[in-house]
Design a protein around this ligand. Structure first.
Ligand code: TXA
Ligand code: MG
Length: 336
């Protein structure tokens, strides 16, 4: 299949492709998404094929106006309204009881549907000109999510109909996912909207244990996506837990065999091995913005092992930690 590379001016053409059941990769403020008409089960099934994604992992439906949600859900409770009012359009996904209109391919047979209203202007235009869009991240299943158009081309060229180039993504990690189908509401995936902001808006919010820990044997994932090895480059990522000094002395004595440090700006001058910095140690937004691109860069530079320093978990740091620990396959070494 030939994949068209489109610019913002070609969005009307992209909308036609969607309406004809095709697949279009689109920029969003979080990561690039791989979109199909959310009401067309056959088109949605093609997304799973193109990504190599397990069919039991449900997709997020993207809307451009809050009013579109009534077609998608059976119930839009007060807490969901409050969250929509404060954080939409933006990087927040809400899980709610689904309507009959949602094909099983979207919800993977669950009784709920994930909905998000993105803020990216190109994504919004594409939805306005076509339909609500089912869209996972536009990477091959298991790889780090794409935050630049080049990442999308690397993974999807020849597998989908078109890619819209909207420049680099602003947030850099996927949206925050909260389920309002549970009582109290529960954070399933941290992202650009923080746990602190959610609690400030609707009060009690539980954190699903899978946010920070591996699933125990036989345990069911509240969010099916969390059970898969995720965000993984080919390099072996190892997360080191301890002070900045302990991190530096550990990596400096483990620099052999193509190892590299995934570090913070403050560490750079003290390192004696190759490194990729993801931002200042307390600048969680920059860390989120650069993390996936840095994991892909590690593969391009051929590093066999990448030693990452465990980030703080406040604010957007929780999202960085959640992705890093998955990239590391939960391999954490305590270096203190
Ligand atoms: O920022 C984002 O959310 C990006 C952009 C493209 O919008 N999309 C994205 O989609 O990250 P995806 O498919 O890579 O991640 C969706 C996550 C998965 O972990 C999935 O299991 C979970 O949301 N999910 C979707 N529907 C669900 C449902 N009904 N119940 C529980 N979890 C659900
Ligand atoms: Mg994904």
């Amino acid at each position: 299949m030939k994949t068209l590379l489109l610019g913002a001016e070609d969005i009307p053409l992209a909308a036609e492709i969607i309406k004809n059941g095709g697949l279009v990769a689109m920029p969003t403020e979080t990561v690039y998404g791989l979109a199909a008409d959310a009401f067309n089960g056959e088109a949605v099934a093609r997304i799973f094929k193109a990504k190599g994604r397990p069919m039991d992992n449900p997709l997020i439906v993207h809307i451009s106006e809050v009013s579109q949600i009534y077609e998608l859900v059976r119930d839009f409770p007060e807490k969901a309204r409050l969250l929509a009012q404060r954080f939409w359009p933006g990087p927040l996904t809400m899980i709610l009881p689904k309507s009959d209109k949602i094909p099983d391919e979207v919800s993977a047979g669950l009784d709920t549907v994930a909905v998000r209203c993105p803020s990216d202007k190109n994504a919004r235009r594409l939805i306005e000109l076509s339909r609500p869009l089912a869209a996972p991240s536009a990477n091959l299943s298991g790889s780090p999510s794409p935050t630049t158009v080049r990442h999308v081309v690397d993974d999807m060229n020849g597998r989908i109909d078109a890619i819209i180039d909207g420049g680099d993504c602003e947030v850099g990690v996927e949206s925050t996912v909260i389920t309002l189908a549970a009582q109290p509401p529960r954070l399933l995936r941290p992202g650009g909207i923080t746990l602190e902001q959610l609690r400030d808006t609707i009060g009690e919010v539980e954190v699903d244990p899978a946010v920070t820990e591996p699933l125990k044997k036989g345990q069911q994932a509240a969010s099916p996506g969390m059970k898969y090895k995720h965000y993984s480059p080919r390099a072996n990522v190892i997360l080191l837990k301890g002070s900045a000094d302990a991190y530096i002395s550990f990596v400096n004595s483990h620099g052999e065999n193509g190892a590299a440090a995934l570090c913070y700006d403050e560490d750079i001058n003290k390192l004696s091995l190759p490194y990729i910095s993801i931002g200042g140690a307390e600048d969680y937004c920059t860390q989120a913005n650069r993390l996936f691109a840095s994991l892909r860069e590690a593969d391009e530079r051929g590093f066999g092992t990448v030693y990452a320093h465990c980030p703080d978990t406040g604010g957007v740091g929780l999202a960085v930690y959640n992705r890093m620990i998955r990239a590391a396959g939960f391999e954490v070494i305590d270096i203190e």
